[in-house]
Design a protein around this ligand. Structure first.
Ligand code: IFM
Length: 462
């Protein structure tokens, strides 16, 4: 009998995305995306990997939908490859692209899995990049047009819609440190990109309401928790700045209709050019949504320092924590604190749209993947989530990243996050132990463990 039982109608799911899984990068009329281009520049991606084939989901969606059904997922998140449907981002429409998503949605429904469609998970058409991409306000209108097409194609079948996946990562890795496409390094540009992405979010929400489609819509933010490394006021202020940059900048805009004034002042004083805000922009960005999409992986430990201009912080990696293969600290307390903070500060029903971990998985005897560390990671985070729910947070669902191993952006295929192992040589799928374990959690709507009692997992309360 599970000890930590989740609410009766709790939604269990998993997530994936188009560029990371589909492959078929130039089939059936698909246009080039910024990731197709970025991956072709030597040095951008580990091992020279690309998403050209990925998990070949484009051809194997039916088999994969069966596996989603075997996992017992209530929902699976997929994303729309924009250049598959509108190859140049503007103008010509490609029916074959939309037909593919029709087949995917039907296969999922046949297997009892409700589709959760994310409209933008990073694969911008390259042609739009050539017109400025996210630095051009017009891109937000183009994305709203794509969204309208997709809403009208699926008026009833899709219960959950996401607008933008992790505007933080798109802006900061795409435009601040340049690790992601389009590989620009300029903080002011990052804030402009963020503003245009948030405008696109608002426009898509309005298009959704106007379309009369059924279902719920929200945006997904990337929300690490931030702990100050000491009680020294300078460290505490630095930690608040880091949080202001990663979390409050986006959350306050979407849920309160303003950018935080302390961050605006700090940026202006450090020579950052803030985006122009046209009349009505903030109202558009804060158009009401139905749920708060929360992605959590790890926490940061922040103090005052000289790094990360214009923030002037330092980030340390505590030695008493365990780390995943991404070198991310395993920190379920941070998950609890993030969920509680989001609930208290923004008061919207939460869906955890991603949580998970990469480890160095190995296949044993051609059929088993004993990924005990992933089970412990998920178990510790789910028990932290259970505690947040017991303490009053309105959390409606939880989705593991990821259902299947896939292309981990600049880190290529080496980093495996899946509940299902993908052998990229022959595209064989092998259910990992974590997949079997998660199926059992879903079946029982709960689990046994309390992370505060789990050996080797850091907790502030220990
Ligand atoms: O793989 C990514 C995903 O595309 C967005 N969220 C974080 C995951 C792990 O890095």
């Amino acid at each position: 009998m599970a000890k930590l039982i989740f609410p009766e109608d709790f939604m269990w799911g998993a997530s994936a995305s188009s560029y990371q899984s589909e492959g078929a990068w130039n089939e059936d009329g698909k246009g080039e995306s910024i990731w197709d281009r970025f991956c072709r520049t030597p040095g951008n991606i580990e091992n020279g990997d690309t998403g050209d084939v990925a998990c070949d989901f484009y051809h194997r969606y039916a088999e994969d939908a069966k596996i989603m059904g075997e996992l017992g997922l209530h929902t699976q998140r997929i994303s729309i490859s924009w250049p598959r449907i509108i190859p140049d981002g503007d103008g010509k429409f490609n029916q074959k692209g939309l037909d593919f998503y029709r087949r995917v949605v039907d296969s999922m429904l046949e297997n009892g899995v409700a589709p959760f469609i994310m409209l933008y998970h990073w694969d911008l058409p390259q042609k739009l990049q050539e017109r400025g991409g996210w630095l051009n306000r017009d891109t937000s209108d183009r994305l709203a047009e794509l969204a309208e097409r997709v809403f009208s194609a699926f008026p009833k079948e899709v219960p959950y819609w996401g607008t933008i996946l992790e505007p933080q990562i798109i802006s900061y890795h795409g435009f601040w440190d340049g690790k992601h496409a389009p590989g620009i390094r300029d903080f002011s540009s990052a804030l402009l990109a963020a503003h245009n992405l948030l405008l696109a979010h608002g426009k898509m929400v309005r298009a959704f309401r106007a379309s009369g489609s059924s279902g719920q819509i929200g945006i997904t933010n990337y929300l690490p928790h931030h702990y100050a490394i000491s009680a020294d006021p300078e460290d505490v202020k630095a930690c608040r700045r880091w949080d202001g940059c990663w979390n409050r900048w986006f959350l306050d805009a979407v849920y309160k209709g303003c950018y935080p004034s302390d961050m605006q002042d700090w940026y202006k004083n450090h020579g950052v050019v803030l985006p122009d805000i046209a009349p009505g922009d903030m109202e558009l960005i804060s158009t009401p949504t139905d749920f708060f999409g929360l992605n959590y992986y790890y926490s940061y430990f922040i103090g005052a320092g000289d790094d990360r201009w214009p923030l002037m912080v330092k980030s340390i990696k505590p030695t008493n924590l365990q780390y995943t293969a991404m070198n991310w600290p395993i920190c379920p307390d941070g998950f609890y604190d993030t969920v509680m903070r989001c609930w208290k500060d923004y008061g919207k029903p939460i869906i955890v749209t991603e949580n998970g971990a990469a480890f160095d998985d190995e296949v044993i005897r051609n059929e088993l993947v004993r990924d005990e560390k992933r089970i412990r990671y998920l178990e510790s985070h789910l028990s932290a989530l259970h505690r947040a729910i017991s303490d009053g947070a309105d959390v409606r669902g939880y989705m593991v990243w990821s259902s299947f191993d896939n292309f981990e952006w600049a880190l290529g295929y080496k980093k495996r996050f899946g509940l299902v192992y993908v052998d990229y040589k022959d595209q064989r799928r092998i259910m990992k132990d974590s997949g079997k374990w998660y199926a059992d959690v879903i079946r029982r709507n709960g689990l046994e463990k309390d992370w505060r009692l789990m050996e080797g997992i850091w907790s502030k309360s220990l």
